[in-house]
Design a protein around this ligand. Structure first.
Ligand code: ARG
Ligand code: ZN
Length: 862
């Protein structure tokens, strides 16, 4: 007998190998929405055609609704049935018109998938499987339909009615209602459907495409937010021009609209012609958004726009191919951002992000290949692996092909697969064909999970040197044995005495277990610079001594490699300090002094280069993470750096002081370095730090400086701390995005009392689990605070589990996203590991747990 608990433990698993093409196609669909927050009526009219010779009935996916009417060819029928939530309709011929009607309740939709209410607006989110919560339809990405959408609604409450494509007609109705009709000429899968209804104001712009077509652009927001939309509009225009210039991709509709909403499960969504955004990736002005926010807005606006080709014109055959659009589009947005400012700093930021989110995923219980083999809930696979490691795969292929062939290959891909639903294999085949390369072994990057580890050493024999490489891909869940991968490693040798290059940069395609490469005719002892530009997403294990790393941090001609050398030097020092309780800080101090003193370097680069590796990245290097020892070692090095280089930090701080705000790369660089300097001044224990930070907090004419000052104060124990928190709270009480920062800064505090402070904040009147941004600002930030979250008494684990169990009932997708910190138990001592496992077991045992949270928690226990 299968009881409820066992049934729950066996949820349906979808497997890549089970893919089969759709039995029925839907070339045309007409939707009619009678919109209302409490009760919305949806009528759907599908033209369906049988694909191939079979006698299977039509299967339409549904979730949470019931059919109020089913018509076939205009006649009501009653021979339909439900299979689970799917609607099964027997059909005799090869072509029919199927009509259904359902009623849904947007206001009660707390999952924020399908049609839901955000504040006063109604909006949709359909990727991956939200459309089935709106109406019955084959909700899969390989069924492409042309949509005609009619909406009617109360005109006073919902004066603006938007959908995909171009507006066709609109008019008034009796009873204070009105209607609008939109038509999208491009066939698309359900996940790209969107509509928005609300009282929205618009910032309009135009863009003339390379072939001379004028596109009407609109950024739609609450009226009060209109002054914060110029940056997003500028970014959109820049992205449109960039995609024409770099990829030859032109926009294809007469309108392009973006709507910002406050309640959104992730960053943004690329619905055809109607992108819907989390408002945090649209709204910015200097008083409320940091430089980081400005950059993220430009990157996400560009990302969603780029999907119009990499995602919409060419979409995915099935969800196992998700990285086909996401990895490629992240690569495209990273390249766009690199072109807007310093490419080196952008690469440093992207690699730091990869190490912070993807490497831990790849070495933990939720590790999965870039093209996964199975899932329980597809929402759980919108991961750093699919997105960011996926982008690294595209980058490696671009490196192997070189710019001209890579462009030829993307041209081929877009022309060959335009209007279709493609696979990762299709993409790689285009790379091979136009790139004239053999990528058969490179394909392992799509199927093998885990971060390759490469050990490198160089031996010098007076004029001739041998570089030895060996690789190892660690086992991951379901993949105990790995084959060697194709690793494109950029290598260059420098002379140890003169610092001059001894060789040109060379691309080594390392694709065996081990290999030796000999360099001849070297004039002096070589120092090895390897994986330059982070050409392969791997972990390099080298035996380079501190002197060589310090040397490279000063002499390498690749800024990324300079940064890497410094990071490695810092990391070696911090690991030694953590394990042995103490370490010699001199090499790091000298290298940082040298970088700080190099006036030829970009200030933004300097700011990145002098930052210590994060606590969690240090933990990733250790067999067993000791969060308190790591914190102590890192703070000790910060204190020594702060004290030893006090004059240089003051100079860097003053260099950026008193300049009126401007948003450009140079001004951003000065701000960043100044705020890094503020952190080191604080770490040194300087007597004037509290007044200094408070002065910056009060006088700041921008959020970057204000938040940095607040962060410094929040980490300490001064009267100015509470004062600054109060001022900040009162000043921004009506701006939810800034209040998120108020919660987040406290959740990230390095103070000893952070676990109890966070628990208290969860009871604050402004805290709510119903808004994903707010939930993430407290719970997500706390989970990322390594020392606080891993408090030895287990209260951090208990707090997270309590919050996740509560959030699961409201919004399972967001709950599941916040679980991974609990899954890292294997990396900790037995006491912490036991406490974490107990919380995971408590979660798995919750009755009626969502399959989202079930999948993440149960896999984390394995
Ligand atoms: N496609 C969106 C993007 O641009 C994200 C969709 C995320 N969907 C989800 N179910 N998590 O990246
Ligand atoms: Zn995307």
């Amino acid at each position: 007998m299968i009881d409820a608990q066992t049934a729950l433990a066996q949820p349906h698993v979808t497997r890549r190998e089970d893919y089969s093409p759709p039995e029925w196609l839907v070339p045309e669909v007409a939707l009619d929405f009678d919109l209302d927050a409490e009760r919305t009526r949806v009528k759907a009219r599908l033209e369906v055609t049988r694909r191939g010779a079979h006698d299977a009935p039509l299967r339409l996916n549904g979730a949470g609704q019931a059919p109020l009417a089913v018509l076939v060819d205009g006649v009501a029928v009653n021979d339909w049935r439900l299979d689970g939530e799917d609607l099964i309709i027997p059909l005799a011929g090869g072509r029919h018109v199927v009509e259904t009607e359902v009623e849904i309740a947007p206001e009660r939709n707390t999952q924020l998938m399908g049609l839901y209410a955000s504040g006063e607006n109604l909006c949709t989110q359909c990727e991956a499987e939200g459309f089935r919560r709106i109406t019955y339809f084959p909700d899969r990405p390989d069924v492409l339909a042309r949509y005609r959408v009619r909406m009617s609604a109360d005109k006073a409450r919902f004066p603006v009615l938007l959908a995909n494509g171009d507006p066709v007609a609109s008019g008034d109705l009796p009873g204070g209602r009105h209607w609008a009709e939109w038509h999208d000429p491009f066939p698309k899968p359900t996940y790209l459907f969107a509509l928005v209804a609300g009282d929205l104001a618009v910032n309009r712009g135009t863009f003339v495409t390379q072939s001379g077509r004028e596109v009407a652009l609109g950024i739609w927001v609450r009226r009060a937010d209109l002054p914060r939309t110029d940056h997003a509009l500028d970014a959109l225009k820049a992205a449109m021009a960039w995609d024409e210039r770099v990829y030859g991709r032109e926009y294809d509709l007469d309108v392009f609209n973006i709507v910002a909403v406050d309640d959104f499960n992730f960053g943004a969504m690329e619905n055809k012609g109607l992108n819907i955004f989390n408002s945090r990736y649209i709204l910015a002005d200097p008083d409320t958004a940091t430089d980081y926010d400005y950059d993220a807005i430009a990157a996400v606006v560009a990302h969603e726009y780029f999907h119009n080709w990499s995602g919409n014109r060419v979409t995915c055959r099935d969800w196992f191919q998700l990285s086909l659009k996401e990895g490629f589009t992240v690569y495209r947005d990273q390249s766009f951002s690199a072109d807007q400012g310093s490419a080196a700093v952008k690469r440093i930021e992207d690699v730091r992000g990869l190490r912070a989110s993807q490497f831990p995923e790849d070495s933990g219980p939720l590790a999965h290949p870039v093209r996964p083999e199975s899932y329980i809930e597809i929402s759980n696979f919108y991961t750093a692996t699919i997105y960011n490691k996926g982008a690294e795969l595209i980058r490696m292929m671009a490196t192997i092909l070189g710019p001209a062939k890579f462009r030829a290959a993307t041209d081929l891909y877009f022309s060959r697969f335009d209007g279709t639903a493609a696979t990762c294999e299709d993409f790689v085949a285009c790379m091979e064909e136009a790139g004239e390369v053999d990528l058969s072994r490179f394909r392992l990057w799509y199927s093998q999970a885990g971060t390759p580890r490469v050990s490198v050493s160089i031996s010098d024999n007076g004029g001739r040197a041998t570089l030895r490489l060996a690789q190892h891909v660690p086992p991951t869940p379901g993949q105990p044995d790995k084959q060697p991968m194709v690793l494109p490693l950029k290598v260059k040798l420098f002379g140890a005495e003169t610092g001059r290059p001894l060789t040109p940069e060379r691309l080594v395609l390392f694709d065996t277990l081990s290999e030796s490469i000999t360099f001849e005719g070297l004039a002096e002892r070589p120092v090895m610079s390897i994986n330059r530009g982070f050409s392969a997403p791997v972990i390099i294990e080298s035996d380079r001594p501190a002197t060589d790393l310090a040397f490279l941090s000063a002499h390498d001609d690749d800024p990324f490699a300079r940064y890497e050398a410094m990071q490695q030097l810092m990391l070696d020092t911090l690991v030694a300090a953590t394990v042995e309780g103490r370490a010699d800080h001199r090499a790091v101090i000298d290298a940082v002094a040298n970088t700080l003193g190099d006036a030829t370097l970009d200030r933004a680069f300097v700011a990145e280069a002098v930052l210590l590796p994060s606590e969690s990245f240090i933990g990733d290097q250790l067999v067993t993470v000791d969060p308190d020892a790591i914190f102590a070692a890192r703070e000790a090095l910060r204190r020594d750096l702060g004290t030893a280089l006090a004059a240089q930090w003051r100079a860097a701080y003053d260099e950026g002081d008193g300049r009126p705000y401007a948003y450009n790369p140079a001004a951003k660089g000065l701000r960043r370095l100044r705020n890094v300097a503020l952190g080191y001044i604080a770490a040194s224990g300087a007597a004037d730090i509290a007044p200094l930070a408070f002065r910056q907090f009060e006088r700041a004419d921008n959020m970057t400086d204000r938040q940095a000052a607040l962060t410094t104060l929040v980490n300490g124990d001064w009267d100015e701390r509470a004062a600054a928190l109060d001022i900040f709270y009162n000043r921004y009480a009506d701006n939810p995005l800034v209040l998120d920062k108020w919660f987040q800064t406290q959740a990230l505090s390095t103070r000893d009392d952070t676990p109890s402070a966070v628990a208290a904040l969860a009871a604050h009147p402004d805290f709510t689990l119903a808004n994903p941004n707010r939930a993430r600002s407290l719970i997500g930030a706390f989970g990322a605070n390594q020392r606080a979250f891993n408090a030895i008494d287990g209260r951090g684990y208990r707090f997270l589990a309590d919050q996740l169990i509560a959030l699961d009932r409201i919004n399972p997708q967001t709950a599941a996203k916040l679980l991974p910190p609990l899954g890292r138990w294997r990396r900790f001592d037995t006491r912490r590991a036991g406490l974490m496992r107990a919380e995971l077991e408590r979660i798995v045992a919750v009755p009626e747990l969502s399959k989202d949270l079930f999948e993440q928690a149960s896999k984390s226990l394995e």
